[in-house]
Design a binder for this molecule. Structure first.
Ligand SMILES: Nc1ncnc2c1ncn2[C@@H]1O[C@H](COP(=O)(O)OP(=O)(O)OP(=O)(O)O)[C@@H](O)[C@H]1O
Ligand SMILES: [Mg+2]
Length: 286
């Protein structure tokens, strides 16, 4: 389905006559202020055009087009093997597309930046399995994450500025771990570790957050809190969330992209895509 453009800040349309469905530039943005000097004057924080990724001839992504607006909370759904994780790999520089364009803001070409450069430019990624330092306290984990350019021990020795400390305190509150600052991360529940890892991204103030199946393995209460958290973060950050849990997607998403066989199959409100026959056939009707 082709969703009508809704943002007044969109890029000039560059429509590919050969493009498949779901390629409209319908990034829903909050405007051009993404901060940190990133050029988002057209309101689009991420532009993927005609992206293909081949693994030994198999196309994990196939002429994919996707636009994310500044401050948007976008959910990506689709069957196993649709290419959702590969999409995140391309955005973070882990996998290079064999074809296509990937822009962060208007000027940063993600296809030629290293993973480290992309992270430093403001794209944070959370993998499914939490990767916190279990022996370190909650506070130390956040402190380390904030000083990513130093070695572990150099980081722990370096004094925090007042501003950095304030930011950590603010993040602790956001992820509801203020009462556990001195606790070794290894003693946290699975959900709390996930929140800590989100906190470790937040202290770096990323403009775009990529979250792959964030509520897998969480309790209902933790899932509910995650929904609340993401809704709070949207606006200040742009979020791309991959999730199979439709209840969760329904509670956060205003805009959903359905991937299938490496391409965008449908895009729109969850209601719209849930009513789409093709989506029902390949995904929801399973
Ligand atoms: N490094 C790789 N080498 C070969 N094939 C790969 C590689 N990475 C992914 N694939 C294949 O690409 C396709 C897309 O995989 P991907 O992990 O992106 O799917 P997904 O949508 O994240 O699925 P899931 O919902 O199961 O996490 C799959 O068929 C997968 O087997
Ligand atoms: Mg995946």
């Amino acid at each position: 389905m082709r969703t009508p453009p809704t943002s007044q800040f969109m890029l000039e349309p560059v429509l590919d006559p050969n493009a498949d469905e779901g390629t409209s530039r319908d990034a829903i943005g909050l405007g051009s202020s993404a901060g940190k000097g990133l050029d988002t004057r057209h309101g689009t924080i991420l532009t993927l055009e005609d992206i293909s990724v081949s693994f030994d001839g198999f196309k994990a992504l196939n002429n994919l087009n996707l636009y994310i607006g500044v401050g948007e909370l976008r959910c990506i759904i689709g069957p196993n093997g649709a290419g959702k994780t590969t999409l995140m790999d391309v955005i973070t520089g882990k996998t290079r597309p064999s074809h296509g364009k990937a822009w962060f803001g208007e000027t940063m070409d993600l296809t030629i930046m290293s993973e480290v450069q992309i992270a430093q430019a403001g794209i944070g990624r959370k993998f499914q399995k939490p990767t916190v330092f279990e022996a370190l306290t909650v506070f130390e984990n956040l402190e380390l994450a904030q000083k990513t350019n130093k070695s572990v021990w150099a980081s722990l020795r370096a004094r925090l500025t007042g501003e950095q400390r304030d930011r950590i305190d603010q993040v602790l509150e956001t992820i509801r771990l203020s009462a556990s600052v001195e606790r070794p991360a290894g003693l946290l529940s699975h959900g709390q570790k996930q929140f800590l890892e989100i906190g470790m991204l937040l202290v770096q103030d990323p403009q775009l957050l990529l979250l792959d199946e964030p509520v897998a393995g969480m309790t209902d209460a933790e899932t509910e809190f995650t929904a609340e958290l993401f809704k709070t973060l949207a606006g200040h950050h742009s979020l791309m969330v991959v999730e199979h849990d439709m209840g969760f997607v329904g509670s956060i998403a205003d805009h959903v992209t359905v991937l299938h066989q490496g391409s965008v199959l449908a895009e729109g409100s969850l209601e719209d895509v849930q009513a789409d026959e093709r989506v029902i056939e390949v995904y929801l009707g399973r």
